[in-house]
Design a protein around this ligand. Structure first.
Ligand SMILES: C/C=C(\C)C(=O)SCCNC(=O)CCNC(=O)[C@H](O)C(C)(C)COP(=O)(O)OP(=O)(O)OC[C@H]1O[C@@H](n2cnc3c(N)ncnc32)[C@H](O)[C@@H]1OP(=O)(O)O
Length: 723
């Protein structure tokens, strides 16, 4: 796990070895501490270099121990790590960290215990504990501000953002960056500093910097964390811990860090966020009914891609590809869009501290389909119209290379119908990106009935290369994410009919932790998007069969409220009014609109609906249980392989708060029998709403004694699977 050898005579080279990411389990921390002590006691050693194994320094404390997934009490893991970092810092001989790959969480805290830090140019450093519902608890909250100052420390600890080696150097987080061999550079550096006094290099003994505006800075940081946390405990605790470094001596600050950690570690929020971490890894392990899976199906290399259509989605996809270093041929007829993409690429290059040319030269704009000829993969992102897409896919299958993968960014349309329009249905998959596509971490990979393993593997792998989490789902209307959104949005509209207001519903959902309530979200996306889909489905507009009543479709309850707003030209932010009123077209600040309240009153009167008082609990239960109930149906039909897939989709694609784990995790945490009984209750009250009828899978799980969510995936294997 941790050995040391002597190199260049007097340098002890310590190698931290715990594949795949050299996580610091309790045993590994203890072992490394022993190795550090032995090296320090070796009279032939003047200086120590600490490095990782397999191209990475350290991915932090072992999250399986923290999450209670292995048989080691979590406090043992954290206290062994604290002891290790303290021992490294107290060493009487200089210790130099040689960082390549990543130094994250406890890995960076270990590096902060070292007296010097050398990083490879491609390395990434950060303290992501907040994303696990925790805080850096091995002295990181106390050492980091002493090294990089409070503004940077507050930001890095509270957001969990990682930084490049270049940014780390600019912040003073590392002493030197090399593009060569990091071990060699560290050994060379170590020999130079072997005789330097260490007192000032021990961060625990350094006085923290005290800028004149420190109090204001700390107060602002705390308020910002409280505002942005949306009920999450960890970001606020992170700021409180860093703030302690400004007001308390190191040992007392450390003690507060431990106390805050002791409160976070066993919390439901930390459990939920650690579940999300592992869920995001589980979803990469896809399989198809024929036996093909992530292990036995190699992806094809993508060295050139094409994007068709540079609207909102297409340009985000093009930017993601370029950022990953993949040359792109982009086809678009509207010159205005080319200028928008160019500006986006320039901004992205600046953000990554790259020259604009390094990105721009990777894009070739074209109007000619023949220029797509040598792309390994084409992503279509044209208008959401099945006939148009089918035509395009038919043409692509004649004009592209016979082995080119044809991918559609459709968010709901039938991928099998697109495949059937081509001569190579096995090379067609859905790649459903989320807007803005260069920002959002989710990719739904839609496996059609005829998609080949290589097509699925390539799309999944490409998502990972673009920095996204890819989730494989089967083809059905709306796939997993948008299909579940439908009952959620419908319940919200029914609640308006029954007496609620958009701001009341949104406030409840935002208090729950959603980034935006359902109505603000709908105003942002544009009400016309759903309107078009409903028109195509014969639910709205001229396609509704004559004689159908306004509030019923196909014998079930229907709310035409959103359609009526569209008919009034209220399409959301883009028109300056939707469910809310905005400053003007394109405005972002939502204010309640008296017009809308009159409109709702009139609507209710017209349909003989007596408004009633609706409490928070009902809003939450009806919206969220209807959504999760659809999730159970998706699992029962085999559209998604497990609850982890659905939860990952909702946390990364739909703003579900990570500290609540995801919809399936949430209902499991509430208790399946309780959720079933509430759905049965709502179903009795609303017999004409099929989405409230409890799914067979939910009933089955309750009948089986409500097994823990970690067992559902296995249980589902016995059911029908399309994946
Ligand atoms: C108090 C708390 C303290 C002090 C902490 O340190 S908490 C941990 C903080 N560290 C992190 O949050 C980093 C988490 N890991 C990652 O971000 C990434 O895994 C990575 C950047 C380190 C590597 O990414 P990648 O190459 O894409 O690999 P995977 O993410 O797929 O991971 C590979 C397998 O390693 C397992 N893993 C990763 N990190 C840890 C960890 N810290 N502890 C335990 N296990 C870890 C991960 O689950 C994958 O496992 P399998 O799915 O292959 O079984």
């Amino acid at each position: 796990m941790a050995q040391y050898s002597r190199v260049r005579g007097s340098v002890a080279l310590l190698r931290l070895t715990n594949p795949p990411v050299n996580a610091l389990s309790a045993a590994v921390s203890r072992d490394l501490e022993r190795a550090v002590r032995s090296a320090c006691a070796d009279s032939a050693v003047r200086v120590l270099v600490l490095r990782g194994h397999g191209g990475t320094f350290c991915g932090g404390a072992d999250i399986r121990e923290l999450a209670g997934l292995v048989d080691v009490p979590f406090r043992v893991g954290v206290s062994s790590l604290v002891a290790l970092v303290d021992a490294v810092e107290a060493a009487e001989k200089p210790v130099v960290a040689a960082i390549e790959g990543v130094a994250l969480g406890g890995g960076l805290e270990l590096a902060l215990g070292c007296h010097f830090r050398i990083a490879h140019g491609q390395a990434r450093l950060g303290l992501p504990e907040v994303t696990l519902g925790l805080l850096p608890a091995a002295g990181g909250t106390q050492r980091l501000p002493r090294l990089v100052g409070f503004p940077a420390a507050l930001e890095l600890v509270a957001t969990g953002r990682d930084v490049s080696a270049e940014e780390a150097l600019a912040l003073g987080l590392v002493d030197h960056v090399t593009d060569g061999d990091v071990e060699e550079a560290a050994v060379e550096f170590a020999r130079r500093v072997a005789d330097e006094p260490l007192a000032s290099r021990r961060l625990s003994t350094r006085p923290p910097p005290r800028p004149a505006d420190l109090d204001t800075l700390l107060q602002v940081a705390l308020e910002r964390a409280q505002r942005r946390a949306r009920g999450a405990l960890a970001p606020v605790a992170c700021v409180q811990a860093v703030r302690a470094a400004a007001t308390l001596p190191f040992t007392q600050g450390l003690q507060l860090e431990q106390e805050l950690m002791a409160a976070l570690l066993p919390s439901n929020q930390a459990r939920a966020m650690q579940y999300c971490f592992f869920a995001q890894r589980i979803v990469g392990k896809w399989s198809l009914p024929g036996g093909a899976n992530w292990r036995n199906s190699p992806a094809r290399a993508v060295s050139r891609a094409a994007v068709i259509g540079l609207g909102t989605m297409g340009r985000g996809i093009a930017v993601s590809l370029v950022r990953a270093g993949i040359p792109v041929v982009a086809m678009e007829t509207d010159e205005k869009q080319l200028r928008v993409v160019t500006a986006m690429l320039e901004r992205e290059a600046a953000k990554q501290r790259r020259s604009p040319d390094s990105y721009l030269q990777l894009v070739q704009f074209t109007l000619e389909r023949r220029d797509l000829g040598d792309a390994d993969l084409v992503v279509e992102a044209v208008f959401e119209d099945l006939a148009l897409k089918k035509r395009l896919f038919a043409e692509l299958s004649s004009s592209c290379r016979p082995d080119t993968l044809l991918c559609s960014n459709t968010s709901a349309l039938d991928v099998d119908a697109l495949a059937a329009a081509t001569r190579r249905p096995e090379l067609v998959v859905g790649m459903h990106f989320f807007a803005p596509a260069h920002v959002m971490k989710l990719l739904e990979v839609v496996c059609g009935a005829r998609s080949s393993p290589v097509a699925v593997a390539t799309a999944m792998q490409l998502g990972k290369r673009l920095g996204k989490v890819s989730v494989a789902v089967a083809n059905c209307p709306g796939f997993a994410g948008n299909r579940m959104l439908k009952p959620y949005v419908e319940q919200a509209s029914f609640l308006l009919e029954e007496g609620a207001t958009p701001q009341q519903v949104d406030a409840v959902l935002e208090d729950f932790g959603f980034a935006m309530g359902v109505f603000r979200m709908s105003d942002l996306s544009g009400l016309d998007v759903g309107w078009r889909v409903r028109e195509e489905a014969g639910l709205a507009g001229p396609t509704v069969p004559p004689g159908e009543s306004a509030r019923r479709r196909h014998g079930c309850r229907y709310s035409p409220l959103a359609d009526l707003l569209c008919e009034h030209g209220r399409l959301g932010q883009k028109t300056g009014r939707g469910w809310y009123l905005y400053e003007g077209p394109g405005g972002r600040a939502a204010t309640p609109d008296p017009w809308l309240h009159d409109f709702l009153d009139q609507y209710r009167r017209r349909h003989g609906l007596r408004p009633r008082r609706i409490d928070q609990q009902e809003v939450l239960e009806r919206c969220l249980y209807a959504l999760a109930n659809e999730g159970f149906r998706i699992l029962e039909e085999g559209v998604a392989a497990g609850p982890e897939d659905i939860d990952t989709i909702y946390v990364l694609g739909y703003g579900w708060p990570a500290h609540r784990g995801g919809p399936m995790y949430h209902v499991a945490a509430v208790g399946l029998p309780a959720v079933l009984s509430r759905l049965e209750h709502f179903r009795r009250l609303h017999p004409d709403v099929p989405q409230l009828r409890p799914s067979a899978l939910l009933r089955h799980l309750v009948a089986e004694g409500s097994p823990p969510i970690s067992r559902w995936r296995e249980l589902l294997k016995g059911l029908r699977s399309q994946l």
